[in-house]
Design a protein around this ligand. Structure first.
Ligand SMILES: Cc1cc2nc3c(=O)[nH]c(=O)nc-3n(C[C@H](O)[C@H](O)[C@H](O)COP(=O)(O)OP(=O)(O)OC[C@H]3O[C@@H](n4cnc5c(N)ncnc54)[C@H](O)[C@@H]3O)c2cc1C
Length: 436
């Protein structure tokens, strides 16, 4: 293991959109020595859900830099311009760009940033106290399997989220029973199946169901959608509701007592968990179209029903789902050859963060505590900081995973890192008041 003597100002763990945005903004600032490590071979944004026709759920203005500096060379519009697509984009007249294009844009930016190192996994972090305190970061080069140790004054964690698969669904053949996060590589498997069932009713479930619905008649499979929810609820997308995804709401939410925050956040599911109206519209239009004429609609949509377990059939022809209709309090069985779980994501907090447990402050639910400016709270007096993007919904609220607030968060982080106001933060950014 080689020890690198150079002392960096900042090491980033993970290069998803949040840390990529930070790397892009720091590219314009000369006095910060930063390096960002990503375990994937290249930038790739939720590749299993890059379904053709799906759209980014925020306007393209929430790119990696524009909300901080519209003149930044890493902007989405510069990507369009440098790729000679300005007129096509102009005539397109849309704010909601294809999700595949957002990924392509981020890949374009990542290739222009020498600070982003792909194929490198951060495996541990240690706080070292010598004449000068610093963090020692161990990084494994996944091509050579060789580990190197880097020194840095500060760290920024951008390790994102990982899919959540219910326990009872684990250990079954992965080509038959998989999470929506793995949908795209399994599309051919679905096409060849007799029956496909989607479990869950968030945006990922709806996008997967819509895509399957488009192919269902031609491929000839039976398609079902089952959810525990009382309805296929739509996301709250009115403009005034969207103001919850603003710096003002973050500021208001942050200063509330933790108990209140937990209660409020638990009741805000419709701001981020429901289905976009346009996706529901597409699905309904397809169903209506298919219902014309003699053909029977070979599609089922079941609400109020919890899937409690799954068993492989003895003859290998598929799976039996144990379901429970919680209003009628009755159980029933459902058969399907392929089962896709749309059971959400949880923040990915790597194990090595827990090894820093004595260095960090934790709440009674085992979550780290976070300062208003996104620094993890520490038990020790030291100038070394760990900034964090992921797993902060409990402290900073419903907008924490939203792309539209990432640049604002990075402005706050950069101002703290530099100890000066590199970016002016807005006093007020929305029309309504949350605080008094
Ligand atoms: C399918 C899907 C669609 C979404 N669509 C939208 C949308 O349209 N609009 C919106 O506002 N939000 C959306 N979100 C929410 C959110 O914006 C995204 O989840 C976003 O990717 C979060 O960015 P991130 O940088 O935190 O994490 P991620 O994109 O999850 O990236 C984290 C990266 O860290 C890497 N990593 C983890 N551990 C290590 C390690 N130890 N060493 C090195 N690398 C590591 C991972 O490989 C990963 O690449 C969506 C979420 C999902 C799941």
């Amino acid at each position: 293991m080689k020890q690198q003597d150079r002392m960096h100002d900042l090491i980033g763990v993970g290069v998803g959109p949040f840390n990529l945005s930070l790397a892009a903004l720091l590219d314009e600032i000369d006095d910060v020595d930063s390096v960002f490590f990503e375990q994937k071979e290249q930038f790739d944004w939720h590749p299993g859900m890059l379904i053709e026709g799906t759209k980014l759920q925020v306007p393209f203005l929430a790119d990696l830099v524009t909300m901080a500096d519209p003149t930044n060379k890493h902007s989405f519009l510069n990507y369009i311009s440098k790729n000679d697509r300005m007129y096509q984009f102009y005539f397109l007249q849309r704010l909601d760009i294809p999700r595949r294009e957002y990924n392509d844009y981020c890949q374009w930016v990542s290739r222009r940033l020498s600070s982003c190192k792909f194929g490198h996994e951060v495996t541990s972090i240690r706080h070292v106290k010598e004449h000068e305190d610093y963090f020692e970061v161990t990084v494994k080069d996944l091509k050579t399997n060789q580990s190197n140790v880097y020194k840095t004054k500060h760290i920024v964690m951008g390790t994102g989220s990982v899919p959540v698969m219910p326990k009872s669904f684990k250990g079954l053949p992965e080509e038959d029973v998989f999470h929506t996060a793995d949908y795209v590589p399994n599309q051919d498997r679905c096409r060849s199946a007799q029956s496909v069932t989607v479990v869950g009713s968030g945006q990922s479930a709806a996008e997967t169901f819509r895509e399957l619905l488009k192919e269902q008649r031609e491929c000839g499979f039976r398609l079902d959608w089952i959810t525990r929810s009382a309805s296929f609820e739509s996301m709250e997308e009115s403009k005034l509701s969207l103001e919850h995804f603003s710096p003002d709401y973050v500021k208001y939410f942050y200063q509330l007592p933790q108990k209140d925050k937990d209660e409020i956040f638990a009741n805000q599911g419709l701001y981020y968990k429901g289905i976009s109206n346009h996706t529901i519209e597409d699905i309904y239009n397809l169903l209506y179209e298919y219902s014309i004429g003699e053909d029977q609609l070979n599609v089922g949509m079941q609400v109020l029903s919890e899937v409690r377990g799954i068993e492989e059939k003895d003859d290998g022809s598929g799976y039996v789902l144990d379901c429970y209709h919680w209003q009628k309090k009755e159980t029933f069985k459902h058969h399907s050859e392929v089962v896709i779980t749309a059971t959400g994501y949880k923040p990915h907090v790597p194990d090595f963060v827990h090894y820093l447990s004595d260095f960090l402050e934790w709440d009674e639910k085992g979550r780290y505590k976070v300062e208003a400016d996104y620094r993890l709270k520490k038990t020790e007096e030291t100038d070394n900081e760990i900034y964090v993007h992921s797993g902060i919904s409990h402290t900073h609220g419903v907008g924490s995973t939203n792309l539209g607030l990432a640049v604002h968060r990075n402005k706050v982080i950069i101002n703290h890192l530099l100890g000066r106001e590199e970016y002016k933060l807005p006093d007020r950014s929305i029309f309504q008041s949350f605080d008094i």
